[in-house]
Design a protein. Structure first.
Length: 249
């Protein structure tokens, strides 16, 4: 499900833009992800868990960026259309992800990104004593690409994570999380260090727990459209397995 909240006065303009866009042949439509919204400036998707945002040394083609680049080029190797990365989600994090279709759109989104509202949903181990709050620390990264908090502000980057508990079970908590900064692995590190690691986190989580996908989902994203300046909010439905931890038995 996708819910798009948009200024009602301008909504007809977006409908007109979508109608003017030529439909993409079925054989060129992207697989492994869902397009929530597209116009001449941006593409917003619901990224599935296990899909990289951009290429890595071990994977160049099975990425959201590569799949969508092929999509906008309609399979033409001669096409020079490009897609620009605005932000990233970890491979095992699902949910709302936005790409820009031009350098200008990318630059606009980058400039406003600190003010963009980013809300996640996560399942963590245990019951939190404080049902809401903000976690603040300075994050650094070691040679093994592991992120951790440091006391010296000169050795790390400021990271702030706001949260509130939505639901509890005997051994798990469902959280709504708002990123006030956007540092690498920020949510995973903050809750691991708080003693409540994310379910399925094989890097910062509990050792020896049953194999599961990472229970972290980019649920809402709100930003101003790079061309019109109108505020847009996109929602990607929370995966069903999150709720399975709170089923009554």
């Amino acid at each position: 499900m996708c819910i798009i909240f948009i200024d009602t006065f301008r909504y007809t303009d977006y409908i007109r833009t979508m109608k003017e866009m030529k439909p993409i042949p079925y054989r060129h439509r992207p697989r492994g992800l869902t397009i929530l919204y597209e116009d001449q400036d941006i593409i917003v998707i619901d990224k599935s868990a296990g899909l990289l945002t951009v290429k890595a040394t071990y994977e160049k083609e099975k990425t959201a960026h590569h799949i969508l680049t092929n999509y906008i080029r309609k399979g033409s190797f001669k096409s020079k259309k490009q897609l620009f990365v605005v932000h990233r989600l970890d491979r095992d994090t699902s949910g709302v992800l936005v790409f820009a279709k031009s350098p200008e759109a990318k630059e606009n989104l980058k400039l406003q990104w600190k003010g963009v509202k980013k809300k996640y949903v996560a399942v963590v181990h245990g019951i939190l004593t404080e049902k809401s709050g903000t976690i603040t620390s300075y994050l650094a990264e070691n040679e093994d690409y592991e992120v951790f908090s440091v006391k010296d502000s000169r050795k790390g980057e400021l990271a702030k994570t706001r949260y509130k508990v939505l639901k509890e079970a005997k051994r798990f908590s469902l959280l709504e999380i708002e990123l006030l900064t956007g540092k690498k692995n920020q949510i995973r590190v903050h809750f691991s260090e708080k003693g409540h690691p994310l379910v399925g986190d094989d890097k910062y989580g509990k050792k020896g727990e049953p194999k599961s996908r990472l229970a972290l989902h980019s649920h809402y994203l709100t930003f101003k459209h790079p061309r019109t300046g109108k505020e847009l909010t996109f929602e990607a439905e929370v995966p069903g397995f999150f709720k399975s931890y709170f089923d009554e038995t």
